[in-house]
Design a protein around this ligand. Structure first.
Ligand code: 13P
Ligand code: SF4
Length: 323
């Protein structure tokens, strides 16, 4: 199970109104791990990209309110063509998704016609429609491993996640797109060093989109950063880790919104961001006020054109099936 139900009591003055409206509309509220604390607290489910896609696919609600970024709502709309999918702010985009357009992918594929195309879920529906498989950070390795070893793979758009997959699978025929997320790419090995010195007994949780991932993997290989103390994993992998680990302190290298979720699921433990600057401005565009407007007025609907949705469904279904 990659999604978690909300464990804390909703305290925000608009929380009751939101729950009421959601009930009246038969709406389910899904919130990504990077959302503002109040939004996480009022949601029905909080989780990572994969878990929320799975939750959308299995939901019986008439309306899915996606508190996350645009590509996530598009994915939900493709998986649930008969449901209304709403996002509280249409401007909530993703800088990583913008680094690979459908035209760029088309041209890349023409250069490697025999290759399988694996794209990260952080892409537009038009890019997914040109892909053979989609993946998230929690199943990228397994998705690539499911492709015959002698078949070349085009992997995009995140180059750090791609480098992580290439090293983990040992695959030499993985071609990487040079895209990155501005929030994660900014994490440098020096940030990790500083945090290691400040919290020597802590476990290190590192998202594979981070700019430090390649050097951290080298550290891990050299046993400089002890294997038992460092974990490169998706946001929900991190949440699972802090719940299960006997450790009391964790240094977290991903968007800082996840610290709220961690405090909820593992009260009494201490969490330190590797850098306070790790904030995704797009994720933070979703506010409680906008959530009220969404439920009240039924805005903004995210609907993917039928021809694109039909072509994007298979790669997304493959992603949801591989956990
Ligand atoms: P997860 O797939 O780990 O939820 O990450 C999504 C994302 O946008 C990372 O920046
Ligand atoms: Fe996109 Fe980066 Fe924000 Fe994740 S943190 S939604 S990859 S911009």
């Amino acid at each position: 199970m990659t999604t978690g139900t909300n464990l804390s009591t909703a305290q925000h003055p608009l929380a009751d109104r939101i729950r009421d409206l959601a009930h009246k509309r038969n709406a389910v509220i899904l919130a990504h791990n990077y959302q503002l604390p109040d939004v996480q607290d009022v949601a029905d489910f909080v989780g990572d990209s994969l878990g929320l896609s799975q939750e959308a696919a299995r939901s019986n609600a008439d309306v899915i309110v996606f508190c996350g970024v645009h590509f996530m709502a598009e994915t939900a709309s493709i998986l649930c063509p008969d449901k209304t999918v709403l996002i509280p702010d249409l401007e909530a985009g993703c800088s990583l998704s913008d680094t690979l357009t459908a035209a760029q992918l088309k041209a890349w594929k023409e250069r490697y016609p025999e290759a399988a195309v694996v794209t990260y879920v952080n892409t537009s529906a038009a890019v997914k429609a040109l892909s053979d498989y989609c993946c998230t950070s929690s199943n990228a390795v397994k998705v690539v491993q499911s492709i015959p070893e002698d078949q070349p793979v085009l992997f995009g758009p995140d180059m750090f996640l791609g480098a992580f997959v290439a090293r983990t699978t040992g695959r030499k025929n993985l071609h990487l797109w040079a895209g990155e997320c501005h929030v994660h790419a900014a994490v440098r090995p020096e940030d990790v060093e500083r945090a290691r010195e400040a919290h020597p007994g802590a476990d290190f949780l590192i998202h594979p989109e981070c700019g430090c991932v390649t050097s951290c993997m080298v550290y891990l290989k050299d046993k400089d950063l002890k294997q038992e103390n460092a974990f490169i994993t998706s946001t929900e992998g991190m949440v699972r880790h802090v719940t299960a680990s006997p450790k009391r302190e964790f240094v977290v290298a991903t968007e800082t919104g996840i610290l709220h979720r961690m405090k909820n699921v593992a009260p009494g433990k201490a969490f330190f961001p590797v850098s306070d600057a790790m904030e995704c401005k797009y994720m933070k565009m979703i506010t409680m006020e906008k959530l009220v407007r969404t439920l009240d007025q039924g805005v903004y609907e995210v609907k993917v054109p039928k021809d694109i949705a039909e072509r994007a469904r298979l790669p997304i279904e493959r992603m949801v099936a591989i956990t």
